[in-house]
Ligand binder design. Structure first.
Ligand code: NAP
Length: 283
């Protein structure tokens, strides 16, 4: 079974789009997502464009603020402070990475945690780890939605997450743990990685290495979720962390790249924006 993140994301966005007119009528305004881009990194530019397009598609107000590469940290923090103070803005997102002269942690902390649609603010991270009400980071949230949609039972299963980044691996592990999986987090210092991954009923690859997960690393019948987005130098096309062609026949469920986790991340950003909006207008 191949889980199409593209189709599920479309459905999620359609559901949101259907709700927005009524919410706008009830609360006097549509949800509003503000995205800041510093610099001209082509990948970041394309991500920001997609986020603005998604927001408009579901009926949100969308603001994109493009700042030059040489913007100082103080100037960026000022822009964030302005958006925090603006009552008509529900979600604030700074596209990462920011240029090297700007401290990423300081930027993330500057965003009001109530408007932190990425779920990266320390207050949201703490709430996630303490099982309190929080904004879930979009990518692991999207993965859980895909598993649920595919009818994968998570409880009691052995899950292995390869990768321990703050934005994917760690929150992914916690969210699987909260669904009562038995979770192992593997990383670059893991010994006998293939032996570890072969134990997984649910294998999540979030490494950032082209076709890193090979057939011998996958238990027959495992559910394999590919978070990775890599450019294949041979074809110039995007491909995942999983050697899809080799693993497809071994896994019971697999996600493609592109068209898998990526679109779900985008859809979950729209959901998070809606959640932040609802919390604010219902206060
Ligand atoms: P990251 O911060 O670079 O983290 C990569 C992780 O992989 C690290 O924890 C690293 O271990 C681990 N790793 C690297 N080499 C390894 C090896 N040889 N064996 C085992 N583990 C290894 O990357 P990220 O931000 O989490 O992103 C991971 C991938 O997901 C990237 O391809 C990224 O583009 C993609 N991504 C996709 C989406 C989406 O929406 N589809 C969203 C976010 C990210 P150490 O901690 O030991 O260094």
């Amino acid at each position: 079974m191949i889980i199409s993140g593209k189709d599920l994301a479309k459905k999620i966005k359609q559901d949101i789009a259907e709700r927005v007119p009524e919410l706008t009528a009830t609360y006097g305004r549509a949800p509003h997502l503000a995205v800041i881009l510093v610099g001209e990194d082509p990948a970041s530019q394309s991500y920001v464009k997609s986020k603005g397009k998604d927001a408009e598609q579901v009926g949100y107000k969308s603001t994109t603020i493009r700042l030059p590469e040489e913007t100082s940290e103080a100037e960026l923090l000022d822009v964030i402070a302005g958006l925090n103070a603006d009552d008509t803005v529900d979600g604030v997102l700074v596209q990462l990475p920011v240029p090297k002269h700007i401290d990423e942690d300081r930027v993330i902390e500057a965003i009001s945690h109530e408007k932190d649609v990425d779920g990266f603010h320390p207050a949201n991270v703490a709430s996630l780890w303490q099982k309190r009400d929080c904004v879930y980071p979009c990518t692991p949230k999207g993965v859980i939605r895909m598993l649920d949609e595919a009818g994968v039972q998570i409880e009691g299963k052995r899950a292995v997450v390869i990768g321990r980044s703050n934005i994917v691996g760690l929150p992914m592990a916690k969210m699987l743990l909260d669904r009562n999986a038995t979770v192992t987090v593997a990383h670059s210092r893991t010994r006998d990685l293939a032996q570890v991954t072969r134990e997984a009923d649910i294998l999540i690859a979030a490494v950032g290495r082209l076709r890193f997960v090979t057939a011998d690393m996958v238990k027959p019948g495992a559910v394999v979720i590919d978070v990775g987005v890599n450019r294949d130098p041979a074809t110039g096309k995007l491909a995942g962390d999983v050697d899809y062609d080799a693993v497809e026949g071994i896994a019971s469920v697999i996600t493609p790249v592109p068209g898998g986790v990526g679109p779900m991340t985008r859809a979950c950003l729209m959901e998070n924006t809606l959640e932040c909006y609802l919390r604010r207008v219902r206060k």
